[in-house]
Design a protein around this ligand. Structure first.
Ligand code: EPZ
Length: 440
């Protein structure tokens, strides 16, 4: 179900869950791999691509640049043989920040790129200064005119020049932009204080399979030796660690034992550690799973719930606790015994789900970028409004645990990042239904 902004999700709480859920491919890897496919003057095939609004929007951006796409189930074939440096459409870019990631591949392949500034969103201003400074360090001239970023090679240079870049903040997007631009640059590029997220490693594996020379991905220093050209490949997108974490919290918050298939446990280390602290056991089991970049085998995870006790959480760049799991854990800690302090250090405005959780009878106070939680024994269903992608997931999780009915509004946020969340939850025994008002 895509883009149902009028629809609501009605959830009847207090049902325990059971069974197994299949985790989809990672949204935040698939999006950047779609942008990275522009680097190759041929056809790339991505497998294990989730069916999400954000993926659809990224496809629209690529098609506007002349790329040909074909989607069949979880496979997308991307033909970037011919691309033109027209401007990516603002109305799509403004709704999908990740579309800005096309600037690096366009610039390094065509020598020019025009991409509208993505602008802020519900969780923060989300500037792109680190992306821009990285491209400038590689010899590009970058200007911003009327909300559009214009990037060009300087003088008669045919290619970007490798350079040394220190990121003031280990930005995921900026690391990805610079890494992709450097694959076809002349010479060596070194990114210091680079982001270390699994999606960066997936991008490096994808580029190396195309013939790039990227080393150090997953550490804070990434080195790229530029090459002349990259070639077509087929590639499996890694599983979505945030979807997996969200389902682990679904098991914990309803005190249910469930299993998750096709997960890479190492990607969830901080989430598993916190669930252990709160009182849940996570068992890693072998499965006849899929193989991903870097020959990583997927596993099955089993959560065995326990008495929920409060703990403190501070969101940090990977391998710290992921900001994309903060809202979900705020919901979980709101019904865990004792006090918890949750500190959001990555985004400046990512505690908006607290006001909605308070409508359900939680006891949470926001002070600056901290949420101070006093666990309560029971929360009650209520009509609530989702404000951003992960906040909407947190409200669904709270609805599963609450007494009575919760109605979640603002499903357009949910559909951006979760593939068929309600059918997956129903498959585990949850009682919820998407209601589409008459006449929409
Ligand atoms: C990626 O966003 C993810 N999105 C986000 O997931 C995730 O929350 C975030 O990384 C952090 O892990 C995708 O991969 C599509 P950042 P990104 O650049 O790249 C500041 C979700 O829910 N910053 O690491 O935009 C920025 O303002 C989404 O799936 C600059 O100051 O994140 C923020 O405070 C939400 N200048 C911090 O860095 C820049 O040039 C982290 O941002 C870039 C970023």
């Amino acid at each position: 179900m895509l883009e149902d902004s009028q629809a609501v999700l009605e959830i009847w709480g207090r049902s325990s869950l059971s069974g197994n859920v299949q985790i989809s491919g990672a949204k935040n890897s698939a999006l950047v791999l779609m942008a990275g496919s522009i680097l190759c003057p041929g056809k790339c095939t991505l497998r294990n691509v989730p069916n999400l609004v954000d993926i659809k929007r990224m496809g629209q951006i690529l098609e506007a640049l002349g790329v040909k796409l074909k989607r069949q189930d979880d496979v997308i074939e991307i033909d970037a043989t011919k691309i033109n440096p027209t401007e990516a459409p603002y109305d799509v870019v403004s709704q999908l920040r990740a579309s800005f990631f096309v600037i690096g591949p366009l610039l390094t392949r065509l020598g020019t790129a025009r991409v509208p500034l993505p602008g802020g969103c519900a969780i923060g201003a989300r500037p792109v200064d680190l992306h821009v400074r990285g491209l400038q360090a590689m010899g590009a001239s970058v200007s911003i005119e009327d909300g559009v970023v214009h990037a060009n090679l300087v003088g008669n240079k045919q290619r970007l020049q490798g350079g040394k870049i220190y990121l003031d903040y280990p930005s995921v997007g900026a690391t990805e932009t610079i890494l992709m631009a450097a694959t076809l640059a002349k010479g060596e590029t070194k990114i210091e204080n680079a982001a270390q997220e699994p999606e960066i490693v997936d991008l490096a594996n994808f580029c190396n399979q195309m013939g790039a020379k990227v080393t150090g991905a997953g550490t804070n220093t990434i080195t790229i030796q530029g090459v002349q050209e990259l070639s077509s490949i087929e590639y499996n997108v890694i599983p979505d660690r945030i979807e997996a974490g969200t389902f682990l919290v679904a098991g914990a918050i309803t005190k249910s034992e469930i299993t998750l298939s096709s997960v890479i446990p190492e990607h969830l280390a901080p989430v598993i550690a916190k669930l252990n602290e709160i009182g849940c056991q996570i068992v890693i089991e072998d499965e006849a799973g899929k193989t991903f970049g870097g020959d990583i085998q997927s596993k099955r995870l089993r959560i065995v719930p326990g008495e929920l006790c409060g703990t403190d959480i501070e969101t940090l760049p990977y391998p710290g606790f992921p900001t994309d799991m903060q809202a979900q854990f705020t919901a979980l800690l709101s019904i865990s015994k004792g006090n918890s302090v949750i500190s959001e250090t990555v985004f400046e405005n990512r505690l908006r789900h607290v006001a909605e959780l308070q409508r359900m009878g939680t006891n949470i106070r926001v002070k600056g970028n901290h949420a101070i939680v006093q666990g309560v024994a029971m929360i009650s269903g209520a009509p609530v409004m989702a404000t951003d992608l992960r906040a909407s997931a947190a409200l669904v999780l709270a609805g599963l645990a609450a007494e009575g009915k919760t109605t979640v509004h603002g499903l357009q946020h949910l559909d951006r990042g979760y593939e068929d969340l309600e059918s997956k939850l129903r498959g585990l025994g949850a009682k919820l239904e998407r209601i589409i008002p008459e006449g929409t």
